[in-house]
Design a protein around this ligand. Structure first.
Ligand SMILES: NC(=O)c1ccc[n+]([C@@H]2O[C@H](COP(=O)([O-])OP(=O)(O)OC[C@H]3O[C@@H](n4cnc5c(N)ncnc54)[C@H](OP(=O)(O)O)[C@@H]3O)[C@@H](O)[C@H]2O)c1
Length: 315
């Protein structure tokens, strides 16, 4: 093992955000990356990680012994897991305990979300789990960083968030459409995490990092400006109606059913979980992607090409 390098164990590196994190960590000099992979993981889901100088360690959050071997010699542990309470709470607390026993210098739990510290129990079932983990992390004495970045742009602007369906030209919103929300491209969130894990200024912090702040009306105007097409708009109710809707989604039976839905955008449209003290300028000179840039780059299937846009309309 290279004793000069900072050894970072990434748990959840085979997931959607975990992949972005692995790339961001690999591009930072001085970090040696170790990724925990579950037994039976298919080589194709590793996306060539083994060929990029990553140390792959077999293990699972369910298996404390495997965690002990994986954490041995690590300076930092980053989690990007997702799942139910058995993974997010029980699994991550096992990982935290092992990290504490091995004297790990930094622990970053799997958050990457709006500010759940300001929420009350029952407002968002998934973020209740994050807060339970955060409480334990703060009490553990392990040096840690929480990363709060609002909603991922890729999720918030996709049909998964139940507001925008840009492919089909629809938007279904609540309130007036002027309620602001925080969004961050996954790649930027990953680059911030890769910096925070080795930055002493990030230790013991709830770090708020924001790519862009927009409203439903602003995103709709951008779409219309970029495509020349009108979005079909449906108002589903007031902000108060949205709060009732979120409370129903967070009821225990519904929360289990809806576990795959990330209501991070809806939560913010209800005025909850917004990031009030972004540390962007303090932590890094990274210029995050804006929603305009995201729509310009990502929107190819529904944006007319430059050539098409300059063609005269059919008679
Ligand atoms: N702010 C937002 O809008 C937003 C949106 C989406 C996600 N997130 C957050 O981002 C984080 C990652 O989410 P994601 O969508 O990237 O998750 P994902 O694609 O579902 O990946 C989950 C990862 O967790 C691993 N995992 C699950 N159970 C495990 C266990 N028992 N032991 C070890 N590893 C286990 C999976 O491994 P396998 O590959 O072996 O299954 C996979 O690598 C979560 O905190 C999530 O809440 C935020």
């Amino acid at each position: 093992m290279d004793t000069e390098a900072t050894h970072v164990l990434l748990v959840g590196g085979t997931g959607r955000f975990g992949h972005q994190l692995a790339s961001a960590l690999l591009s930072r000099p001085g970090i040696h990356l170790h990724v925990l992979v579950r037994p039976g993981t298919r080589p194709e889901s590793l996306d060539g990680l083994a060929d990029q100088g990553v140390t792959l360690v077999e293990g699972s959050l369910q298996d404390v012994r495997s965690l002990g071997s994986a954490v041995e010699g690590m300076d930092a542990v980053i989690s990007a897991v997702r799942g139910g309470p058995d993974v997010v709470v029980d699994g991550q607390l096992r990982l935290l305990d092992v990290a504490r026993r091995h004297g790990v210098m930094r622990f970053i739990p799997s958050d990457y979300s709006p500010d759940f510290f300001q929420l009350r129990d029952g407002e968002d079932a998934q973020l209740d789990l994050h807060r339970r983990v955060a409480d334990a992390v703060e009490r553990s004495g392990v040096r840690h960083t929480f990363i709060l970045c609002g909603a991922f742009m890729e999720v918030a602007l996709s049909p998964l968030a139940h507001v925008f369906d840009l492919e089909r030209g629809h938007v279904a919103y609540w309130g007036t459409g002027d309620e602001p929300f925080d969004v961050t491209a996954m790649r930027d969130a990953a680059r911030w995490v890769a910096q925070a894990v080795v930055d002493p200024r990030a230790a013991g912090r709830r770090l708020e990092l924001v790519g862009d702040v927009v409203t439903v009306n602003e995103v709709s105007r951008l779409y219309e400006e970029l495509t020349g097409r009108q979005l079909q708009r449906v108002c589903r109710g007031t902000v108060e109606d949205l709060r009732h809707h979120l409370a129903r989604m967070s009821a225990p039976e519904a929360a289990a059913r809806e576990a795959l839905v990330q209501p991070h955008l809806l939560l913010q449209l209800a005025g909850r979980g917004r990031l009030r003290n972004p540390a962007n300028a303090e932590l890094s000179r990274l210029r995050p992607m804006t929603v305009r840039e995201y729509l310009e780059a990502k929107g190819r299937p529904w944006l007319p090409s430059r050539e098409e846009a300059s063609l005269p309309a059919h008679p």
